[in-house]
Design a binder for this molecule. Sequence first.
Ligand code: GFB
Length: 314
Amino acid sequence: MNPGDAIFVAGHRGMVGSALVRLLRARGFDHLLLRTRAELDLCDPAAVRAFYAKEKPAYVFVAAARVGGIWANATQPVEFLSENLRIQLNLIDGAYEAGVTKLLFLGSSCIYPKLAPQPLHEDALLTGSLEPTNEPYALAKICGVRLCQAYAKQYGARFISAMPTNLYGPEDNFDLELAHVLPSLIHKFHLAKTRGDASVTLWGTGSPYREFLHVDDLAEACLFLMEKYESPELINVGCGHDLRIRELAELVRQTVGFGGSIAWDSTRPDGTPRKLLDISRLAALGWKPRIKLEEGLRSTYAWWLNHDSGVRSI
Ligand code: GFB
């Protein structure tokens, strides 16, 4: 990649896309193609085709998606399946038609079967049933991976796919109901601290494990892969270790400085019991993350405080 190359970051307003934009700018890439939803509706095939034809990007990062936490996934299956399928189909088909040099598609660790052996190796894809709370999102992402592989196999396209673990960081969605666990917990503990509540109620049992990667580390990995990885085989991006949700809750409680207790609402879903990624494929290429969870939590809480509530609809 050269500094003047036209790079399309699809989804640049989201947590992942905005981290990519920060990194690309810091590395001197100054020809970034960025479009808000109002400027370019990624669900509209004709609009996406016209954009590609006019702007002719050399590189495309597919960071656009409808995303959300366990509750959003479980209660909005139509949007999570339909919108994600349409967005990625338009972006991937359009990239091939426009002769894009290279494309990186972002999936998710939830594409792997619910009960696959841990840590989750890339070869576990499609070896078992999915976790029901996020099956629609996972199905869409699996289609995206397979479409990139099909373009690579049939037409020799340089379309690669990275599977990140659970992400967090600046520009995340901190909604109390619809967000992922880490930003939701920051919001919940902060509210409880401010109001002087005695207790905070979290979802499920607290016993599932999750792995968390700071989005700035993910952005580094994406750029690394765009520059160095040529295989159509998907590649996991994680930090290599996980913790129980109740351990995460304790860390967030301390970071925010809430002195009360934690209650668990078992009427809310736990989701998959564990989804620790096997990151040996990426590690063998020489990449590793930098940001420790404690440090990332502190900086994400500080970011959220400085950016008001950070709550936005998804
Ligand atoms: O991050 P999260 O919403 O989604 O939830 P997933 C992770 C775990 O945190 C679950 C628990 O066991 C939740 O029950 N949890 C406890 C909470 N309290 C809360 C809370 O206040 N809010 C939330 N959100 N969770 C998502 C998928 O799965 O992971 C997406 O649904 C995507 O499709 C994403 O793949 C990476 O980790 O279960």
